[in-house]
Design a protein around this ligand. Sequence first.
Ligand code: ATP
Ligand code: MG
Length: 423
Amino acid sequence: MAKQLQAIRGMNDILPDQTPVWRYLEDTVRCLLECYGYQELRVPIVEFTSLFARGIGEHTDVVEKEMYTFSDRNNESLTLRPEATAGCVRAGIQHGLFFNQIQRLWTMGPMFRYEKPQKGRYRQFHQLSVETYGMVGPDIDAELILMTAAFWRNLGLTDQVTLEVNTLGSVEARANYRNGLTDYLKAHEEGLDEDSKRRMTTNPLRVLDSKNEATQHILEDAPLLHDYLDEESRIQFEQLRAILDHARVEYVVNQKLVRGLDYYNKTVFEWVTDSLGSQGTVCGGGRYDGLVEQLGSKAVPACGFAMGIERLVLLLETLNLVPDTVNTPIDAIIIPVGNVQPYAMTIAEQLRASSAKPCVLMSCGGGTLKRQMKRADKSGAALAFIIGEDEVEKGLVTVKYLREEKAQQALSLEGAITLLATV
Ligand code: ATP
Ligand code: MG
């Protein structure tokens, strides 16, 4: 027997009983983004590989080992996007969106990373990416954080997530810290895990993220990022904190929070949860003031974040926070008996077009009245509209109440429309 067809490992189907939760989440988020005046930008899923290498940084995990890269028929090296920011910056430069302008943008869709699939970590996953350009902060940094806090409020997740904030300082301060940290790590090299030894020279700040216990122990006495901060970053961080304090958004300052991608500076933040095991970060972001220039245009200040949709869906499901209303109920099912499809299907169209916009299902595929009534019951519809030759002749429909003890009745089209407006 032929081997059964399978999806690629780590790339999931989202089945019909799951899509309502996704849409609930996406709609909630979209609605809030509109309240804050953000506009949607859609960028391609594939870009030239060089964009990500230049944008994200050669020595990041993403670029070193997680990208889906291939040659197209013209031998161009292309990559399935592992994140959306590089593509948004490319689009903004290409279409002149940054020239003397402020932009508040968002995009949502699939990202691709070659990672070890596990709960909350997949090879195709979805992100909401929010990006702002042309504002130096800290007001916009705070706006983004306040907006994420509003997401959690609207989704009932406030008690489940904790905010961590940090500042990485200016590019220069960060470079100085990098040197200080590298010197310290070199002096303690023999105690470090293999990954950290390698990162010590390529991307030392990432060593701070190491989950290795021996490495974490060594890090206890490592130089602190905040001792290297420039005055401007320090003041900006204070101002950000003042806004968060005034809005009563709780947070923890975590000096070891550096984020995985190279392009961050100044403000960085993450929202983490304890409810998902080790895949606990549901949202992460910060400033990337150097990125636009790094990708070849005049420097433009920027700040943004990315939210992992799968992890939030998991969280909503685990905590039973999905409202019943996410499923669209079927109001009525039309049951044609005999050769009455032309009449029955036109009635269905007229019912759906009525002002209450009811959900009307047509019992297609034929069958006896008994079989069709079973189908009606299974559909969950509140009402069945039975249409036989007698009904066609009189211009009526016979209404049967499927979920209530109520006698059936004959109604005109207008009567049926009125009834549907009340279910
Ligand atoms: P992690 O430390 O979990 O690998 P990251 O720093 O690589 O996260 P970002 O690049 O900041 O993640 O992406 C933002 C968010 O996207 C993450 O906080 C997470 O919610 C989600 N995310 C990242 N990688 C994956 C993945 N492979 N599968 C599912 N969600 C992911
Ligand atoms: Mg990662």
